[in-house]
Design a protein around this ligand. Structure first.
Ligand code: NAD
Ligand code: MG
Length: 383
């Protein structure tokens, strides 16, 4: 049986991955990493006695756990995220970390010629060029977990990428699609955390409400499928029944439809592209889905969507600039330090002032991330 490492095992994608490997008896789980919810480690070790390596965010907590579980090797911090990839003997790595923290682990996984099942889309937003270079040079393999990209991959079966006329990435529209933009300044944290169709981690839920998530998914599609940005568009399906569409040059349109359940794309990634897990969906009756009502994306109401193609255009450190500004703004909003509309205003300002580097080294990407975070926090403090 193949050996699995899950990065971010206590999170939304991480815990659903645990669910999938138990339900379908897919892997020997040998290693996990857990961030702030460190209590999850006890549960995971009790359920999966095969786990022999754990990384915890906090070194002090990791020391305590090492005493509690002498037969498990504990690592900590950001270095620990890389050490566990190096030493746990896993063949396959699920990257379910949030944000920039996922980049170096993604790169390390591929450098070690392992299979990367990637939920952490930020890895591609900030480091798509580095990741694609590794894949092109024959290092490792990558399977996406993001539901839209799994849907696109399913639509592409038996087709060549050159046959594609356009890729339509569906968006739910989030909680504010029908809200007048004059009301955006009144949006509260709890309103933004109410996603209409999906239950996810807090950061991606906010990104879904601002459309930054969809912007990042456009960039993600560009790096995963190698199609020019002119062929990638967002399309709104308020019910999230259609997970994406592909239109081909011969006129054929394929769309992938199914329940909003991340265990389906997670299964697809973990099995390297198997579509059917043998279960019947509860609500797959065709009459549930025969009333598609797509809407156009509202670019004026959700201008952050434009950053998806902007990042593809600019490349360099632009993904790192926008991602770091967005991450810091989202956490500041969640901590009640800025208003909802400040998220966009601060990101726009940062993009205008932070130096753009066309052909950065990985070190320069890391430096960009750090410096932009500091800059955002200064801006917030001086507001
Ligand atoms: P989450 O917040 O529920 O979980 C994130 C996990 O990463 C947690 O276990 C957390 O402890 C860990 N983590 C974060 N930063 C860390 C750090 N610096 N060091 C160590 N551990 C750290 O998030 P999620 O919703 O599961 O999303 C994870 C990723 O998957 C994101 O990139 C998101 O965009 C993507 N994604 C999520 C969904 C979904 O349905 N939740 C769907 C598609 C894509
Ligand atoms: Mg998605």
């Amino acid at each position: 049986m193949r050996k699995l490492l899950i990065l971010g095992a206590s999170g939304s994608i991480g815990s659903q991955t645990l669910d999938v490997i138990i339900t379908y008896n897919l892997y020997e789980l040998v290693a996990v990493t857990v961030g702030n919810r460190f209590n999850a480690v006890d549960e995971i070790i009790a359920k999966f006695p095969t786990v022999k390596f754990v990384t915890l965010k906090d070194p002090k907590v990791a020391k305590e756990y090492q005493i509690k579980y002498p037969n498990v090797t504990f690592y900590s911090g950001n270095d620990g995220l890389l050490e566990i990839i190096e030493n746990s003997g896993a063949d396959v790595v699920v990257n379910a970390l949030t944000g920039f923290a996922g980049l170096l682990p993604s790169i390390k996984t591929l450098e070690k010629n392992k299979i990367l099942c990637l939920a952490n889309k930020e890895s591609l937003v900030v480091g798509g060029e580095f990741i694609n270079k590794l894949l092109k040079d024959g290092h490792g393999k990558l399977y996406p977990i993001d539901s839209e990209h799994v849907a696109i991959a399913k639509c592409l079966y038996g087709k060549n990428i050159d046959d594609v006329e356009k890729i339509l990435i569906t968006a739910s529209g989030g909680p504010f699609f029908d809200l007048d933009s004059s009301k955006f300044s009144e949006i509260k944290v709890e309103d933004a955390l109410k996603h209409p169709n999906w239950s996810m981690g807090k950061k991606i839920t906010i990104d879904s409400s601002t459309m930054m998530n969809k912007a990042f998914e456009i960039t993600e599609a560009y790096y995963l499928f190698g199609v020019p940005k002119e062929k990638i568009f967002p399309l709104v399906d308020r019910k999230s029944h259609v997970h994406s569409l592909v239109k081909f040059k011969n006129g054929e349109v394929r769309l992938q439809v199914g329940p909003s359940d991340m265990r389906i794309p997670i299964y697809y990634a973990l099995t390297f592209g198997k579509c059917d897990n043998g279960e019947k969906f509860d609500d797959v009756e065709i009459n549930t889905y025969d009333k598609y009502s797509f809407k156009e994306m509202d670019y004026e109401k959700f201008p952050l969507i434009n950053y998806g193609k902007f990042i593809i255009d600019k490349k360099g450190n632009m993904g790192a600039i926008i991602n770091a500004a967005n991450e810091e703004c989202v956490y500041a909003f969640l901590n009640f330090n800025i208003n909802y509309v400040d998220i966009k205003n601060i990101i726009d300002k940062i993009v205008n002032v932070y130096p753009y580097i066309k052909d950065p080294s990985l070190e320069e990407i890391i430096k960009t991330d750090l410096e932009v975070r500091n800059l955002v926090n200064e801006m917030i403090k001086n507001k």
